[in-house]
Write a protein that binds this ligand. Structure first.
Ligand SMILES: Nc1ncnc2c1ncn2[C@@H]1O[C@H](COP(=O)(O)OP(=O)(O)OP(=O)(O)O)[C@@H](O)[C@H]1O
Ligand SMILES: [Mg+2]
Length: 239
């Protein structure tokens, strides 16, 4: 379970995240949507301990990352929106590095890597340096590395960007299966039809504030709008 209580992060005058409170229950795929600059990545950076909040607390499975950073970091797998490091490592070296820092036992590593290299058709690139990878190939490798320690919470910032349709499909299946095992999946996206079909719950953030949260049915109320229609309506309200 992930709980935000009155979380605020300010950059200069700008409240990138403004008094955010929400809970994401276990067993749910949660999609975080909002216009560019709304505060999605900032929220994810706060959850993952990359930046600290000015106020408020975030609990991941009951643990506070500001108090217990190592334990919390072990509990989640994180795929960032940009992946521009370690250009001179090969795919194999990168995954060995990830396996080492997360202390993943050898058998678990091998099984995980074999499964995902095959699923993502990445076997041929495994021994090439990351600088030769396309954006989508890097994205796939980041996903493989982030999930190797079998974290209970998955946090993915725009994970579908750059992936081919087959890989998007596979990733969606994996996200669904992970939540169905009773774990949490938190991801941001601009692809509203994916969010509409995949998510158990959706949060909409605008200018740092959570303006709606719930299942598609809850957000819809009596109507039968698509998520895109709801999004446009909610985001444009008051402008
Ligand atoms: N390091 C930073 N320094 C100053 N301002 C920042 C910084 N990071 C983010 N911001 C500002 O905080 C706000 C929220 O940015 P954030 O990256 O969280 O948006 P986002 O919802 O992820 O957008 P996108 O959909 O484009 O990825 C924006 O106004 C942005 O300019
Ligand atoms: Mg972002």
């Amino acid at each position: 379970m992930i709980t935000f209580a009155n979380v605020t992060k300010t950059y200069g005058e700008k409240k990138a995240v403004n008094d955010l409170s929400m809970t994401i229950e276990d067993g749910k795929v949660f999609g975080f949507i909002g216009p560019n600059g709304a505060g999605k990545t900032t929220t994810i950076k706060l959850m993952t301990g990359i930046i600290a909040p000015d106020a408020g607390t975030i609990l991941m499975d009951g643990m506070d990352i500001t108090k217990d950073p190592i334990a919390v970091k072990r509990s989640f797998g994180f795929v960032p929106d940009t992946f521009d490091m370690y250009e001179r490592l090969t795919g194999r070296e990168y995954l060995r590095f990830m396996g080492d820092i997360y202390c993943v036992p050898k058998a678990q590593r091998t099984a995980h890597i074999e499964k995902y290299l095959q699923l993502f058709s990445l076997e041929d690139a495994y021994d090439q340096q990351l600088r030769s990878y396309s954006h989508g190939m890097k994205q796939k490798l980041a996903i493989i590395g982030a999930l190797m320690h079998e974290p209970s919470i998955w946090i993915l910032d725009e994970p579908m960007v750059g992936l081919d349709p087959q890989s998007v499909y596979l990733l969606k299946e994996e996200m669904r299966a992970h939540a169905d095992k009773g774990h949490s999946v938190f991801f941001s996206t601009h692809v509203l039809d994916v969010a509409e079909r995949l998510c158990d719950e959706i949060g909409i953030i605008k200018q740092g504030q959570l303006i709606a949260k719930g299942s598609l049915e809850e957000l819809r109320g009596e109507g039968d709008s698509t998520l895109e229609e709801l999004f446009l309506e909610l985001v444009e309200k008051g402008e």
